[in-house]
Design a protein around this ligand. Sequence first.
Ligand code: ZN
Length: 353
Amino acid sequence: MNFLKTKDGLILKRWNSYIHNRTFRYFLLGFVGLLLVSCFGALLSIHLNQLYDVAAMSYHVQPTPSGQGSAQKDSSGASSSRGASSVLPRAGSASGSGRTSSAQKQGPVSSGKPPEQELPAALPAYQSMYPNLFVKPAAKKAAPDGKVVYLTFDDGPSNLTMPLLNVLDRYHVKATFFVVGKTGKKDLAAMKAIVARGNAIGVHSYTHKMNQIYVSPAAFLQDFAKMHDLIQKTTGVDTHIYRFAGGSVNSFNKRTAKAILAEMNRRGYTYFDWNVSSDDALAHSTASSIYSKVIREVHQHPHSVVLMHNTNTKKATLSEVPHIIETLLKEGYRFETLGDMVDNTPYIFRLPN
Ligand code: ZN
C-alpha cells in the first residue's frame, strides 16, 4: 500500500484527510479567529491604560478654579508667599506632551496613577493677583477684659458721617467704620475725618454689588483691592480688617465663600460679622426698635459687635446713637474699636456645610 511506503507520506495522507473534514476546518478557523481577537484585546487594553494615565496627569496639572484665564497658572510647592510664585515653573509647561512621554516611560501601567512627587500642586491664578495685598496678622489676638461694646457702622461715608462723628466725639466714644467706594469730595473728607478723629476703618466693599463681588475669589479680590486702595490713599491707613457686604454668610456667596475666606485668611486679613444687629436696614425699623434691639442683645453678651449703618437714609440710627451710648455707659460698658488684635471668633458666622 502506497501510504505505508514512508513516514512522511503517511503524515501527508492523514493531513489531507483531516483538511477535507468539515468539522476540523471549522475548528481550525475558530482557533485562529480566537487568537486574533485576544491579541487585539491585549493591544487595546495597553493603549487605553496609557491614554487614561496621560489624562489623569493632565487633570492633576490643570488649575481648578475660577473662570480666570489660563495665562497665569502658577505652580509651586506647598506654601507660597508674596512674589514667590513668579520664580516657580508654570503649570502649563509641565503638562502636555512632556508629561506624555514620561508617562509612557513607566512601561506597563498597573494602577493608572502617576507618581505623586512628579506633580507640583497647581495654585489658583487669583493667589498671584495683588501681590501687595498681604498683611502680617497680629501676633496675639485676645478678647477684652470686662464689658465691651464695639459699635460698627457700614456703608458710609455719607452726609450723615460728620454728624455721627460729632455725636461720638461728644461722648468720647470711638467706633469702627466699614466703608464703601464713594469718591465725592465730601465723602472723601468724611472718610478722612473718620480716621482723623480716632475711629477705626475697614474695607466693606467698593461696589457693594453682591451679585458681582461674590462670583469668584478673583472678583472679590478685585473689589477688595480697590476699596483697600481708596482707604489707604484717602486716610493713610493700610487697614487689616474688613466686613463682607451682606455678612460672611449670604445668599450670593454660597458657592464661593469657602474659597474667598481661605484666600483672605491666607493674605492675613481679619473680618468681623456681628453678634448684635440693630436691624436698622430693615424697612419697618424705627428709632425705638433700633434702640431696644441693640440694648436687649448687648445684654446677652459680655462683648458685642453691634451692626449699624451710616448711609444718607439712616437718620433714625443717628438719632438713637446718643441714647444707646448713654444707657450702656451707665451700665458699665466701655466702647472700643476693632482691629486685627481683636479675636474675631465670637463675631463671625458659621459657614453652612
Ligand atoms: Zn453693607
